[in-house]
Design a protein around this ligand. Structure first.
Ligand SMILES: [Zn+2]
Ligand SMILES: [Zn+2]
Length: 740
């Protein structure tokens, strides 16, 4: 909360807190937003924005400075942010004629500055724009435990249940319409007790599920010993604060039943755990609502407390909005739509955005699927109460509910872009799911597959694909194209304009976990985050395709005792493909460490260790990203483990990257810049696995130790292969091996 406090203090210094009269001045008058962008700006409420556009702000930094000096709070705020970032405005303004733009992005209005060529740089991440047709409420204080908040929450729920067709369960789940968890907590005025759902009949059809961070062992949980007592009643005072608050929410929402794992699953009872974990998808899918204790870092934290005044950084500013009224927009004749464009004046508000993603719950692995599977959720965030369902997103405690939300509700076809998280189905690329999930933290690393099992079950149900330790058989071999991304520390920076050098972030590959968790070719076998190359059909610029000579002959995974979507006992791949021993590279005199991001990984994982194998005469390289930190014993024995004497290391070529030719589409750029080069010719790069023989007596059984790609050093990061690369790859010979 320190940061919030600081921000509030910062704002108070600026003295805008209680100013609601919209500001306007000759500098602000220049600014015109396009309504089309703002509609996409449903994302301004913290979600994805589809279109980006530039907003003209001023002729130059000097003009912006002048505006600030003349007392314009908007420019004071925009520029103040730059100064906070430590940027020198003098340096940026070497040529006073450079135009200052604001880029409208999913994070708001971002001040940017056009440099020569097309290297416009974003200077600061600043202004969230909320359009409001009226004055915001005087009170921005957020107390999610207030009668007002509960009334609003009940309204959200009833609106969703009665008039959001998209918030009903997909047909694939309809056969389990009457699902209720085995046990529920019955919440009454008198107290709380555990009940068998079957004993309370239809009443148990309406219940809340709690998603929260345990933060250690639980003081109160249901075990074989406490089960009988819990059926009689659980003293409210003994419950951890977060659970007490969840009970209060149930009362406030007039919902009598609550599900939470620590009390409704018999902890330590393998049989019960196995049965109930298998029901996890249904539990979150069928809960009337998921209560997310988003801010709490442990069960003792609680989440119903006054959040205080949400702070706005800038008083309302009148901005011009170019508005379009379309007539006959449903026309199928292909005729030009009649458009009437007019300029309206609307109020914009600036407020802080970074806290949106900083809630602790977003960094925990277990809660990922709980949220992803929920139909609707009340998120008790650090700063406000947020409503999220598959149709709308709204909040309490920020500003008055805005018109953006209601517009979204009127667009039944707009799919789930507003709440991408709620696209629980196969429409969410698995590569994305793995990327997001694997970057989260687990208290027990052995849970790596288990904490994703509910999502895996739903995917399986929807796609029919076969699960192989975190991958899908049908996605092979491309599903093997992943590489490790060292996790940032828990203070994950969500501010893309952070001025910190990426090198300042501690990004160190973790060692492989001690116990067996998954075959080495599964991302679930490592503790670090994973980047998975998008599979065919997923929207992407760069497309990987398997090399023709590659064949997966057999893929076998033996599940553990909890079934196919949970932990695995063993697994292997029989694979036939082009291979080459590393030591056979003519100029691979030594392996060296380098710091280059893999293709597609830019901005994702800069500054981590790789080994590069320099090959060829013309500066072509095979760059290796290790899956895990080398084992210490090997590093300590004094032998250069990266030296040429290391044997039994092989490269297996999996895929070549194809840049699709740009579609013929004339894009007019106002500045005549950023023209797409239509002569972009297909430029393949190559990618594959780095394998190590298990031992001299098992030359055909290998385990994965890394990922490699081959590209031209001069274009590192872009993934372009050069002739030298292609020459190199000719020397691969097809072998048949087993990967474990
Ligand atoms: Zn102004
Ligand atoms: Zn809804």
């Amino acid at each position: 909360m320190d940061r919030l406090g600081e921000e509030r203090a910062l704002g108070l210094n600026r003295g805008w807190k209680h100013t609601y009269e919209p500001h306007s001045c000759r500098h602000c008058d220049w600014i015109v937003l396009d309504e089309a962008d703002l509609k996409a700006g449903e994302g301004l409420r913290g979600h994805q924005l589809s279109s980006l556009s530039n907003v003209y702000l001023a002729d130059s930094i000097s003009d912006a400075l002048l505006a600030r000096d003349e007392g314009c709070p908007l420019f004071e705020y925009l520029l103040g942010e730059l100064i906070d970032l430590g940027l020198s405005l003098d340096i940026l303004d070497l040529d006073g004629s450079k135009t200052v733009y604001g880029s409208l992005t999913d994070r708001g209005l971002k001040l940017s500055h056009k440099l020569d060529g097309d290297k416009g740089i974003a200077l600061a991440n600043i202004l969230k724009v909320i359009l409001s047709s009226g004055k915001p409420s005087e009170s921005l204080d957020c107390d999610p435990g207030s009668p007002e908040a509960f009334q609003l929450s009940r309204d959200w729920i009833s609106t969703c249940l009665s008039s959001h067709p998209r918030c009903r369960l997909p047909p694939s789940s309809s056969n389990s319409d009457a699902f209720t968890p085995t046990r529920l907590l019955q919440v009454s005025e008198h107290g709380v007790r555990l009940v068998e759902s079957s004993s309370v009949g239809d009443e148990a059809q309406t219940w809340c599920a709690l998603s929260y961070v345990w933060g250690g062992d639980q003081p109160v949980k249901t075990t074989k010993k406490t089960l009988a007592a819990h059926y009689k009643g659980i003293p409210f005072d003994e419950l951890p604060r977060t659970i007490q608050d969840a009970v209060r929410v149930c009362r406030g929402l007039a919902i009598r039943y609550l599900w939470l794992d620590a009390l409704c699953i018999i902890q330590g009872d393998e049989q019960d755990l196995k049965r109930e974990l298998g029901k996890m998808p249904e539990i979150y899918l069928h809960a009337t609502i998921t209560i997310s204790a988003a801010w709490s870092t442990k069960a003792d934290d609680g989440f119903l407390y006054r959040r205080g005044h949400w702070y706005r950084f800038c008083p309302p500013v009148k901005l011009q909005v170019l508005s379009q009224t379309r007539q006959g927009s449903m026309s199928e004749s292909g005729e030009e739509e009649e458009e009437e464009r007019r300029v309206e004046t609307m109020e914009a508000y600036a407020y802080e955005t970074r806290v949106w993603e900083s809630d602790p719950i977003n960094s925990r692995a277990w809660t990922y699927q709980e949220y992803a599977l929920s139909q609707r959720a009340l998120l008790y965030r650090s700063t406000l109460l947020e409503w999220s369902c598959r149709t709308i997103s709204d909040s309490y405690g920020l500003l008055e509910p805005t018109t953006l939300t209601s517009k979204a509700a009127q667009q039944p076809d707009s799919n789930s872009e507003l709440n991408p998280f709620f696209a629980l189905s196969s429409s969410r690329p698995w590569s994305e799911v793995v990327g997001e999930y694997s970057s989260r933290h687990l208290s027990f690393s052995a849970d790596k597959l288990r904490a994703l099992s509910a999502i895996a079950q739903v995917y399986h149900r929807e796609t029919g694909k076969e699960y192989l330790a975190g991958l899908w058989r049908e996605d092979l071999p491309l599903a093997l194209c992943w590489f490790a991304v060292p996790k940032t520390s828990s203070r994950t920076s969500t501010n893309e304009n952070s001025n910190l050098d990426p090198e300042d972030y501690p990004r160190i590959l973790q060692a492989r976990p001690a116990g067996y968790r998954a075959p080495s070719w599964s991302w679930a076998s490592i503790d670090d985050a994973t980047f998975v190359y998008p599979a065919a059909g997923e929207e992407t610029i760069q497309v990987l395709r398997p090399v023709p000579s590659l064949n997966i002959l057999k893929a076998v995974v033996t599940p553990g005792s909890f079934g196919e979507f949970d932990s695995v006992a063993s697994g292997y791949l029989d694979i036939e493909g082009p291979m080459r021993e590393v030591s056979s590279f003519s100029s691979a005199a030594r392996l060296m460490w380098s710091n280059s991001p893999p293709p597609g990984g830019s901005g994702f994982a800069s500054g981590y260790d790789e080994i590069g194998v320099p090959v060829g005469e013309q500066g072509h390289e095979v760059v290796v990203t290790l899956d895990a930190a080398p084992e210490e014993e090997k590093a300590a024995d004094g032998v250069d483990k990266h030296g040429s004497d290391r044997t039994g290391i092989w490269l297996l070529l999996l895929a070549e990257q194809v840049e699709e030719e740009e579609e013929e589409e004339e894009e007019e750029d106002d500045e005549g810049q950023n023209k797409v080069n239509k002569n972009t010719i297909t430029t393949p790069a190559y990618a594959g696995l780095v394998l190590q023989e298990l031992g001299p007596d098992q030359p055909d059984t290998l385990r994965r130790i890394g990922f490699f790609h081959c590209c031209d050093v001069s274009q590192m990061g872009l993934g372009h292969a050069s002739d030298g690369c292609r020459e190199l790859l000719k020397e691969f010979e097809v072998r048949r091996v087993t990967l474990v």
